[in-house]
Design a binder for this molecule. Structure first.
Ligand SMILES: C[S@@+](CC[C@H](N)C(=O)[O-])C[C@H]1O[C@@H](n2cnc3c(N)ncnc32)[C@H](O)[C@@H]1O
Length: 314
């Protein structure tokens, strides 16, 4: 697929219905020979629409008008290219905790949490957020972050948040919510119309800054065993991840599943359907945006919406 097709496909399959701003921009980039030539100077994985649009917003460029966007990007290309080469798409969505919570709460407490692919670690604080599953509410009433999740089926709704006594993240490129540039980058990754997500990011970042959980630089395969060995023995170890394994090869996914299966404790995965080949179900997914499959120790439990906004128990 050439770069123009990639932008056309992004407009049609990802931005349409979600972000009129990005849909318009992506369609315009797809037809713009000058911008496509610039993008093609970058390595193939760095030509992504999300990366370009976030880089331009990060640098203060305009995204509301395709002509102004083209002129600005063309003039500022060296700076845009440096940003795209240095940064990655690492959206961190605290709301994914809403689909993890019913599983975390059922495990023997207390918990020691390891999140692989943690980005800035916002999903390492499931005990700090308030949740509403329809009219079922749980979590600290004073929390500034409220996560709403629509539920279907026999979801085992918890009465309390889990007791977390230890937490740590692992990421190839950890982001630091205490670093203004990293926080600005995380903010630029949220699409322009997603005001609620931006507000949630700001509030969740405040929580993470106040009670930092370490996110170590490392690879989910090579560096997980050493990190797991530092977890306290008197708590249930839970290794979890969401929206991460799509970034690694099929061989790495299989090796990771084997590795984590050999660790003590439990493994929670929340990944796009098909990403973990052994994690499958006959129950058809709900309509709408490509769903994720939530699984405990490789056994599917629920279909989930990609940003944690819905949970359909199998
Ligand atoms: C889309 S973000 C998801 C962040 C977080 N899990 C969430 O749900 O909000 C994917 C993260 O996985 C990380 N990642 C990708 N490949 C990895 C690897 N091999 N080892 C560790 N982290 C990885 C990326 O750096 C990025 O921060």
């Amino acid at each position: 697929m050439d770069t123009g097709d990639r932008y056309r496909r992004f407009a049609e399959r990802e931005a349409r219905g979600q972000s009129p701003t990005y849909e318009r921009l992506a369609r315009s980039v797809a037809e713009d020979a000058g911008l496509l030539r610039l993008l093609d100077e970058l390595p193939e994985p760095k030509r992504q629409p999300n990366l370009l649009f976030a880089a331009v917003r990060f640098l203060g460029g305009p995204v509301d008008d395709p002509d102004r966007f083209r002129d600005w990007v063309t003039a500022a290309w060296p700076e845009v290219a440096v940003t795209m080469l240095a940064r990655r798409t690492q959206t961190n969505e605290a709301a994914r905790c809403a689909v993890l919570l019913p599983v975390l709460a059922r495990l023997p407490q207390p918990l020691a949490l390891i999140e692989v692919g943690a980005s800035a670690g916002l999903c390492l604080h499931p005990d700090a957020y308030r949740y509403s599953y329809g009219d079922h509410r749980v979590g600290p009433a004073e929390s500034p972050v409220e996560l709403s999740c629509a539920v279907e089926g026999e979801v085992p709704l918890p009465d309390r948040v889990p007791e977390v006594v230890w937490r740590a993240g692992l990421d190839l490129n950890p982001l630091d919510v205490a670093d203004p540039d990293d926080l600005r980058w995380l903010t630029a990754l949220v699409w322009p119309e997603q005001h609620e997500r931006r507000e949630r990011l700001r509030a969740a970042a405040d929580i993470a800054r106040a009670a930092p959980a370490p996110v170590h630089r490392g690879d989910l395969l090579a560096d997980l065993p050493a990190l797991a060995a530092t977890a306290p023995r008197d708590a249930t170890l839970v290794v979890f991840h969401s929206a991460v394994l799509a970034y690694v090869s099929a061989e790495v996914r299989a090796a990771f599943a084997e590795l984590v299966g050999g660790l003590p404790g439990h493994w929670i995965s929340n990944e796009a359907a098909g990403v973990l080949p052994g994690v499958i179900t006959d129950v058809p997914p709900p309509d709408g945006a490509a769903p994720f499959l939530l699984a405990l120790d490789g056994r599917p439990l629920a279909w989930t919406a990609p940003h944690g906004q819905a949970l359909r128990w199998l």
